[in-house]
Design a protein around this ligand. Structure first.
Ligand code: AHR
Length: 500
């Protein structure tokens, strides 16, 4: 059996986990909002029209942050269409997804929903078809207590207290030629700088995220980040990264190696941020907001058949299998391993649209990717320890890829140590060992495994637990070493606690 050795040292710490890396995303897209989180009149909805079943799943994950309202959608959005009496709200063409937006759900509904979901908002402004003026109006509506036109408008809509939204995205994927109002790096950088400055004049306590590249494969990747930051370094706090992977070629080994690419993407963006910092002799560091990441490819063909100007169609409804969950696990590990610089991350998205949670008229169920996301969010808070993984590698389209991805987090308050690890070997189990002599008295309290004989196995309404985690993995601490077996093609969470 192949062997993997993991080395940690309690003094070598990568950084504190910012809980916002377990964020997610709700865009006005497909059935994410309508039929996903909001379905007035449904027996599954509460008195405000929010689906109770999806709220329960979201609370089970523990989602500290939700980005809203897009995504590509935001780049032609008029936020004013979604506030005030619902019967007066206009129906509009949503150019990004070629559908009709009814605007029955808007900013205030989102804020009500977020409270119930136990999450905080990450709000995006439209810098595609609009600019600084409308962003100023929006933040005035949201964050100013009263006594001005837009703050009083909010009060007249029944929201006496400001929403006090502290995290804002300056547009979305503005480097992408598909984006409504796509811009060059210079055009966007200037606009982000000016908009950011004005938004902070309204509320100096907000934090701002500038758009980085839509993915590492963009022709402008690198120069985009540098130029944008040259313009708006002083105004912004974070730079965004987005990435989606797919297995359209049905090469699972290559697909699972995608986390190597994600890791390189993060390291490169950190370098660019720091290069601009050095040029400016700036004290301030720009941190990263990985505000869209996931697997996305299953639904692409069927989405081409959606008739134009439909309303809330089944769109981007990827049905996730085991191998997708393994990659999502590896991507979570990658984010945690960069906890010193990645402070925000959003699994895109949350319900129905490339999502861990699916719904239909009868209820909701968890997709395979739900589980690694939920485990990381619930058990991955605390401090990330530098985790050295000595493991065999295999050749992949991204170069050498490790068979095992792993990261250890320590939660001193709870007295726990948690190892998150994926065995990407499709055929063979892996023998694991980790020196724990610095953690005297720690023992394994659970070893959760997510695996299946069939890499393509999925959860459906009829078989919602086909791919589900089980406890009882083989691992234990003896003579100061954690020893265990990671089954072939598996996601594992090994939780250790000190004897009390
Ligand atoms: O999450 C789906 C889409 O992917 C988003 O709208 C866009 O930002 C990205 O291209």
């Amino acid at each position: 059996m192949k062997k993997t050795e993991i080395c940690i040292d309690r003094e070598f710490r990568t950084g504190e986990v910012d809980e916002r890396i377990f964020g997610s995303f709700i865009e006005h897209l497909g059935r994410a909002v309508y039929g996903g989180i909001y379905q007035p009149g449904s027996p599954l909805a509460d008195e405000e029209g929010f689906r109770r079943d999806t709220l329960a799943f979201i609370r089970e994950i523990g989602v500290p942050l939700v980005r809203y309202p897009g995504g590509n959608f935001v780049s032609a959005y008029h936020w004013e269409d979604g506030v005030g009496p619902a019967h007066l709200r206009p129906k509009r063409l949503d150019l990004a997804w070629s559908v009709i937006e009814t605007n029955q759900f808007g900013l205030n509904e989102f804020m009500n929903w977020a409270k119930k979901a136990g999450t905080s908002p990450m709000m995006a402004v439209n810098l595609g078809t609009r600019g600084a003026e409308e962003a100023k109006d929006l933040i005035e509506y949201c964050n100013v207590p009263g006594g001005s036109y837009y703050s009083d408008l909010r009060r007249s809509h029944g929201y006496e207290k400001p929403h006090d939204i502290k995290l804002w995205c300056l547009g979305n994927e503005m480097d992408g030629p598909w984006q409504t109002g796509h811009k060059t790096a210079d055009e966007y950088g200037r606009l982000a700088q000016e908009t950011g400055r004005i938004m902070k004049m309204v509320d100096p306590e907000i934090e701002l995220v500038a758009c980085g590249s839509s993915n590492m494969g963009m022709a402008t990747f690198g120069s985009w980040e540098e130029t944008v930051l040259d313009h708006c370094y002083d105004e912004v706090d974070y730079l965004s990264l987005h990435t989606y992977y797919g297995n359209g070629e049905n090469n699972t080994a290559d697909f699972l190696a995608s986390s190597v690419n994600m890791d390189a993407f993060i390291s490169s963006v950190v370098s660019i941020c720091d290069a601009v910092r050095a040029k400016r002799r700036a004290k301030k560091k720009i941190h990263l907001s990985f505000d869209e990441w996931n697997v996305w490819y299953h639904s692409k063909e069927q989405d081409k058949k959606i008739p134009r100007w439909s309303q809330a169609p089944h769109q981007l409804e990827d049905i996730y299998n085991l191998e997708d969950a393994l990659l999502v696990g590896s991507m979570l590990i990658t984010l945690l391993r960069h906890a010193d610089r990645v402070k925000i991350a959003c699994l895109a998205q949350l319900v129905n649209v490339i999502a861990p949670i699916m719904t239909d008229g009868q209820g909701a169920w968890a997709q395979t990717i739900f589980y690694p996301y939920m485990h990381a969010s619930r058990m991955g808070r605390g401090t990330v320890l530098q985790t050295i993984v000595k493991t065999p590698v295999y050749e992949s389209r991204y170069g050498d890829a490790p068979y095992v991805d792993a990261v250890v987090t320590e939660n001193k308050r709870e007295g726990t140590l948690t190892l998150f690890t994926v065995n990407k070997n499709l055929e063979e189990d892996m023998e694991l060992s980790m020196d724990l002599r610095q953690y005297e008295g720690y023992h394994v309290t659970k070893h959760i495994i997510l695996t299946h004989d069939d890499l393509k196995a999925v959860n459906t309404r009829e078989r919602p637990q086909e791919v589900a985690p089980r406890e009882g993995g083989r691992s234990q601490v003896s003579d100061g070493y954690l020893k265990g077996i990671l089954p072939a093609r598996s996601w594992n969470v090994i939780r250790m606690e000190k004897w009390k």
